[in-house]
Design a protein. Structure first.
Lengths: 355, 355
DNA sequence: ACGCAATCTGTTCACGTAAACATTTTTGGC
DNA sequence: GCCAAAAATGTTTACGTGAACAGATTGCGT
């Protein structure tokens, strides 16, 4: 395989890469470049015969429109920026999938920036990078370290957010954190538990805060004792550490964990200490990750409809792009139903009959 | 808040959106636009004093370079396309995170196209959409339904692939599927199991095929019986269904599942049927997802270094973009170590002492 | 067959940027 | 202090596209 001749790009003076242009197609088809453009965009009618000739030429040359030129001319990129805190988390990846799907239906692609490292400068750097650039709108799924003020977005940039801390500052879509949390806690109370303990998410997380607040309120309005919540960070590891502590205590019979991973870690620790779930301790999670149904015991949890949320986020962007709707105060809420499985039961040794 | 004046875009004739241009900055700073360009790109030296003046003007106007124009002029987008089969799978999302991180270090952004729906027309549509367009390279993490031929990529497009079916067609980076699988099976044999059963991934998946082959070879070269593998689809649900069947059989003492999710489903079914893990049945997974250590019992599994793989994929793209290296036959392999936890033990009731 | 309208197609131009080339200013060796 | 070399800056131009406008062709009623 001689590798000598290979790599001869285009003409001598031509820029690297770029394939055949609209002009090449026009020449081959014997029409003006504007007509090629019309065929390409479908913006104006072209006589059927002419269109065929142009399409033939396109195929023959392997023409594809140059998106950079198109974006420059039209002032938009048909692309949406996406900021997520951690792609790896079930909630975020499911939402991302849905966003991509919905965006594609609208003819938009998605540019993804993960903001893993939790320094706030990273976040604003990410936004800087995205905001002025090759995107027409910005979806923020979660940005743990950023505040609305820190974003410094250009005022014309459409934004949609699923992180509750941004509600009021930007249009938002999110699961009904409060309703879901309330249902989880109430479920445990209804089973006969005297109170419910809570493993919270990180202090700076909006959703974590909402879940903790709803947990507290539900207990309070039922007249139950409110114990200090345990502080977690969403990870199974944290759940495990906290669980090792809980396993030593006799007074904990029911735990509402702020997400499923922490619930899994908790159950792991309880198993290891010889405490039974749900006989000794009932556990409820949040998210309904795919594995929740296959943990042992299968996990009772609050389901977030991430697919719906992702689609709604894109819709919010599209509404801003289309009409110049003012949506700043918008807040869409998606129901978060409680899914009862086998990690919850009446307290103590009385095995509860499944209903 | 009157909403009447809002939305007055730029000048009467100006295109929508676009902010201040290089020319506006030049005028304000009293230099030529080319000098502003030099400051902006850092391509050529500019006298310190002049640079300051230009930077001031940029700040004052809130200037940000127009990426479309830049891409048009330079012929590249500083963006990498990414095709994944399912963002939700641990392996893929971890790889995606790493790709994004590595790309950002190179000053590239990542455009993500998920190809969830398993019709092959979707895949080629996705590639069509991406390949000719706003990207300079393409990373394919997994494309279950596409074949190398079906991709129809422009020959100049740099590609990097982590799906083994593409090896030989495109430069590839991947975990050492064979070594990892071999270690898993050998581990079980070393514990004293007569043979090892296998829950395979989907038939059309390259990695699934490799793992099954390595499993078979390891058994054969040890002179052990090879049972027909169970056919799964990566999902915990499939693992559960197969597990319900396995739980009925007395002859299965050790199972190597092609991924952790299926292993989780399997364990779930075994628990439910009253079979003990690892006392009655040993289980090994593949991937080492975050939850693997917190399943009950904690799962022995083969770790894939997704982070490394993601970085390597980007490096492969960069090498093609930089020098015009010929990498078609390249195949980088990342070690896949066995992580022994507590889901494996010697067969039958003899409880194994932890080492 | 004529002329007007409607439809289709061609020409010109600007989007914002950076490469290529041209010019000016500074630097340094003697 | 003078001239050549180097450094800094300016001018011109093209990247590929599609809007605006202009011109050509067709259809249709009479």
């Amino acid at each position: 395989m001689s590798s000598e001749v290979r790599g001869a790009r285009r003409g001598v003076k031509g820029h690297p890469k770029s394939g055949p242009s609209i002009g090449d197609v026009a020449r081959l088809a014997g029409v003006s470049s504007q007509t090629v453009s019309r065929v390409s965009t479908g913006s104006e009618p072209v006589k059927a015969e002419t269109r065929e000739r142009v399409l033939d030429a396109m195929r023959q040359l392997g023409y594809a429109p140059n998106l950079a030129a198109r974006a420059l001319r039209q002032g938009n990129f048909r692309s949406i920026g996406l900021i997520a805190h951690q792609v790896i988390r079930t909630g975020e990846s499911k939402t991302i999938e849905a966003v991509i799907e919905a965006a594609r239906l609208e003819g938009y692609s998605v540019s993804l920036v993960d903001v893993e490292t939790p320094s706030s400068s990273d976040v604003s750097e990410a936004v800087q990078h995205l905001s002025h650039q090759a995107i027409d709108g910005l979806i923020i799924i979660r940005a743990e370290t950023a505040t609305p003020a820190a974003l410094a977005l250009p005022p014309t940039m459409p934004v949609a957010v699923s992180d509750s801390r941004f509600i009021g500052h930007h249009p938002a879509v999110g699961a009904d954190q409060i309703g879901g949390s309330r249902a989880a806690v109430q479920h445990l109370l209804d089973l006969g538990h005297a109170t419910v303990h809570h493993i919270a998410g990180p202090a700076d997380s909006g959703p974590a805060d909402l879940r903790a607040t709803a947990w507290r309120q539900t207990l309070t309005s039922a007249g139950r004792e409110v114990q200090e919540p345990f502080g977690g960070d969403w990870s199974a590891e944290a759940g495990y550490t906290i669980g090792s502590e809980i396993a030593q205590r006799d007074d904990v019979t029911a735990v509402f964990a702020a997400n499923d991973e922490m619930a899994a870690g908790l159950i792991h620790a309880l198993h290891e200490a010889g405490r039974r779930v749900p006989d000794d301790v009932s556990v409820v999670g949040f998210d309904d990750i795919d594995l929740a149904a296959h943990l042992w015991p299968p996990l009772t949890t609050v389901r977030q409809e991430f697919h719906q949320i992702g689609h709604d986020l894109v819709e919010v962007i599209m509404r801003q792009l289309g009409g110049r709707e003012q949506l700043t105060g918008y807040h869409g809420t998606v129901p978060a139903p409680l899914i009862v499985r086998q990690s919850t039961a009446a307290p103590r040794k009385r095995r509860r009959t499944r209903r």
